[in-house]
Ligand binder design. Structure first.
Ligand code: COA
Length: 170
């Protein structure tokens, strides 16, 4: 492997933001459309500082390149849902299909066990075939349909798309 998995620290917030903006520009199925992310490095630094012990942003760092992939787990904030985390992830285009997300998922699972998480959940646009396939391979199960929840263009000029609700038992 070319790089390593790291837990992103508050000091790396600007680098993470630059990476996330690049990912938004390249990916059809990330929540933010190109240029839509408004946070600055300072905001993100505060956000990372305030993450609880059941949340983490893991990234794959390649020497002399920087972050090329990330997987975030956001744990619940209350006693009744602190065992549940929401997952989001993405890899820069030039770095896809090299097993990088697989490495991040291994590290994510280790983090989840250590943090006492017992359920990981996510939503994924049905048309995002690579991601649906990946989550299924990882052992995520379909729980239901999140109907008309996704607008690809962000306008009302097209039909809304459905997402899958998926979950994984740690
Ligand atoms: C889905 C995504 C995260 C996979 O990241 P990656 O670093 O390429 O993943 P890996 O190389 O570790 O491959 C993991 C699995 O993804 C799937 N996958 C990756 N590339 C694929 C491709 N070109 N075609 C089909 N499936 C693919 C496979 O199931 C693969 O498992 P395998 O290697 O055992 O076959 C990446 O394509 C991506 O960032 N997409 C855009 C952002 C996104 O959709 N994020 C998820 C939002 S819910």
């Amino acid at each position: 492997m070319l790089g390593e998995v790291v837990k992103v620290s508050p000091e790396q917030s600007q680098r993470l933001l630059d990476f996330l903006c690049q990912l938004d520009d390249q990916s059809e199925y990330m929540l933010y459309r190109p240029g839509e992310r408004k946070a600055n490095g300072h905001d993100l630094r505060g956000h990372i500082r305030c993450l609880r012990c059941n949340s983490a942003i893991l990234a794959y760092r390649v020497p002399d390149v920087g972050f090329v992939s990330y997987l975030a787990l956001y744990g619940g904030r209350q006693a009744r849902d602190k065992h549940v985390a929401t997952l989001s992830c993405g890899t820069l285009k030039d770095w896809r299909s090299r097993g990088i997300m697989h490495s991040l998922w291994q590290a994510g699972k280790e983090f989840a066990i250590a943090a006492g998480l017992t359920r990981i959940e996510l939503t994924v646009v049905m048309a995002n075939v690579e991601a649906v396939q990946m989550y299924s391979k990882w052992g995520f199960e379909f729980e239901g349909v999140r109907r008309a929840s996704w607008s690809q263009s962000g306008t009302k000029n097209e039909p809304f798309q459905n997402e899958w609700w998926m979950s994984y038992g740690v």
